[in-house]
Design a protein around this ligand. Sequence first.
Ligand SMILES: Nc1ncnc2c1ncn2[C@@H]1O[C@H](COP(=O)(O)OP(=O)(O)OP(=O)(O)O)[C@@H](O)[C@H]1O
Length: 268
Amino acid sequence: METIIEFKNIKKAYGDKVVLEDFNLIVEKGEFVTIIGSSGCGKTTALKMINGLIEPTSGDILVEGKNIHDKNLTELRRHIGYAIQGSVLFPHMTVEQNISYVPHLLNKKDKEKTHLAVSKWMKIVGLDEELKERYPLELSGGQQQRVGIARALAASPDILLMDEPFGAVDEITRGQLQIELKQIYEKTGITILFVTHDISEALKLGTKVLVIDKGVIQQYDTPHELLAHPASDFVKQLVEKERHTCHLPDDQLVDCKYSGASGYSKHR
Ligand SMILES: Nc1ncnc2c1ncn2[C@@H]1O[C@H](COP(=O)(O)OP(=O)(O)OP(=O)(O)O)[C@@H](O)[C@H]1O
């Protein structure tokens, strides 16, 4: 597998407070990495370093083999979609204008192409065409979240960073969005890094789960390995409840619903 993102000896401190130290991680192309850990452990900080929103105190971040320090940040961000919790849509723009924002910048002359791309992404994220002319305030929370995802995807990024994207929606919408995101991932082969507070979401969506506690990586493994062989007491506690829902001894966990991307739908 090809490496797409690498954290090399990363340290991040805010003033005297060290949030991440000796942070080393390799993300392979095409993985769906879910990131989970205690509150304030550095998940968002790690994510935002990938698109240059936060600079490390020391160490290097490589994206597609190149040190982002040497890259033009605007150019870097064109290849990296970013979706966060709640609505971060432009309030004075319609749904169509929001989704077409980046494609329009890249593709100014061919309006028809952009128009078709907007329709395609609206369909993929489950938004009705008739919502195109609405403004964000005229949409439900779930619809706003879908527009946010469509906007992040419409630039055809190689990498999609998602920071608790479903944190602000109700359980039912959340379940639907999870299924849609998984389908988008399977169709596009994009690399996703997805921060969540919910271990069952982390196990359900991730092909790999990154567990962090107090800035230290506890385990970076498949959902199955996390359940079958938790690497520390922290991971063990985190997955304990999920192990019980599987009702299976360790050696049969492979058949449980969290056996990774391909086994995801077995119990659905
Ligand atoms: N700009 C900042 N200045 C000072 N401290 C900061 C800043 N941003 C984050 N922190 C601190 O760094 C630590 C890590 O923050 P971060 O947002 O990365 O954590 P997180 O794991 O995403 O947290 P949560 O799960 O609560 O969202 C926290 O203690 C936070 O208070």
